[in-house]
Design a protein around this ligand. Structure first.
Ligand SMILES: *Cc1c(COP(=O)(O)O)cnc(C)c1O
Length: 389
């Protein structure tokens, strides 16, 4: 490789945060404690004073959210087929059935105009995803939920710092789950949070978070529900505090880089670009859909050979083996399948330089021209060709 390797994402952890983590390590208290309480308080401020509980992952947060929404065996939850598989897996783990509704081609988010046709007497909740941090229309979403008396669990895993009509994602709505996985706009290495409606719901979230255990001043303890193990460590919370202080700066930098992509990207290559949104999105990812004749694996390989990391987020969930075994099949959700087959994530993270964007655009053009004649093998399985997320 002639040039320094450019990954598709990389967290920005500053020296102050590292020193803070070292302090926590030396403090004698490393699991959930004062740092978690402080992180939750700062997050609550960020979300307009709503109750927030920190968790070890957004996946755990969504499992808790579904439990709080009363979703269980026999229920249906409406969601998108174009997401990280956690979005649908948590529905299965609750014993409920995921009902997929295809996405819109431009936003790549669930098509709200098709949701009402998918609602049945068994529908209990809506579980939308903000792909790449581009928010689903919250006004229409909440209106549908109200009309049909459904709970909403927002899989806002990617939406930290995004907004809808000037209000932060998380500051409004029903249950909102956000991820602090290493790739997200705010990270705690692994972690997440759930934004809740009131203190009573927050208390129940705490029970689901840790074995349903309640402790009493006299030393007794009791357990009233089969909670799991989803608490965040103080080490992770300290990273989150350092990240939260810089979130606006990070997201501003992401927006600048995304704009640069739109300026530099050669639109004659036949790729589908993301929606050009500079009011709501937090630009968690910059994703293009490759032209149909280009074999994605070959594209990723050649970009990698040129020192550029490419991600795949995500193949359509209903075509993964687990879901095919449930009866889902190719053709069920054609737009999600089309996007899931050709989507790639180009490098975008706050520490990237403007010239890195130019380099990615130039190399993408070179690679696509070189692959011009290569046709995707028929019947090739729709799975990610790279490991990791
Ligand atoms: C990252 C992500 C998750 C899972 O978050 P974890 O914190 O890794 O559990 C769920 N849904 C979407 C859309 C994500 O991007």
């Amino acid at each position: 490789m002639s040039k320094e390797f450019l990954p598709f994402t990389r967290p920005s952890i500053d020296e102050d945060t590292i020193a803070g983590v070292v302090e926590v390590l030396r403090s004698g208290w490393i699991t959930s404690g004062p740092q978690v309480r402080e992180f939750e308080a700062r997050l609550s401020d960020y979300f307009g004073g709503r109750p927030v509980r920190a968790l070890s992952s957004a996946t755990g947060g969504m499992e808790i959210g579904l439990a709080l929404a009363g979703v269980g065996p026999g229920d249906e939850v409406i969601t998108t087929p174009l997401s990280w598989v956690a979005t649908a897996n948590v529905i299965l783990r609750a014993g409920a059935r995921p009902v997929f509704v295809d996405v819109e081609p431009h936003s790549r988010n669930i098509d709200l105009s098709r949701i009402e046709a998918a609602i049945t007497p068994l529908t209990r909740a809506l579980l939308p995803v903000d792909m790449a941090g581009l928010p689903v229309d919250r006004t229409r979403l909440n209106e549908i939920a109200r009309r049909h008396q459904l709970r909403v669990l927002e899989d806002a895993a990617q939406s930290m710092g995004a907004s809808w009509q000037g209000e932060r994602i998380g500051a409004t709505g029903d249950l909102v789950s956000i991820s602090f996985h290493a790739n997200k706009n705010l990270t705690t290495a692994e972690g997440g949070c759930l934004v809740l409606n009131d203190e009573q719901e927050a208390r129940r979230c705490e029970l689901w978070r840790l074995q349903g255990v309640e402790r009493f001043p006299n030393g007794d303890l009791d357990s009233t529900l089969p909670g799991g193990k989803h608490n965040l460590t103080d080490i992770a919370a300290r990273i989150g505090l350092g990240q939260l202080a810089r979130l606006e700066e990070f997201n501003a930098r992401r927006r600048v880089l995304a704009r640069r992509y739109f300026e530099c990207f050669d639109r004659s290559l036949g790729c589908e670009l993301p929606l050009e949104d500079f009011t709501s999105s937090n630009w968690h990812m910059f994703q293009i859909v490759l032209p149909g004749h280009v074999e994605r694996g070959a594209f990723i390989e050649q970009m990698y050979a040129a020192g550029i990391g490419i991600g795949v987020h995500y193949p359509a969930i209903h075509l993964l083996t687990l879901y095919r075994q449930m009866g889902f099949k190719p053709g069920d959700f054609p737009i999600a399948e089309h996007i899931g087959r050709g989507i790639v994530t180009l490098p975008l993270f706050p520490a990237m330089r403007d010239q890195d964007v130019e380099r990615v655009c130039e190399q993408t053009a070179r690679t696509l021209k070189a692959l011009g004649g290569q046709v995707r093998a028929a019947g090739q399985p729709n799975v990610a060709t790279v490991s990791g997320r």
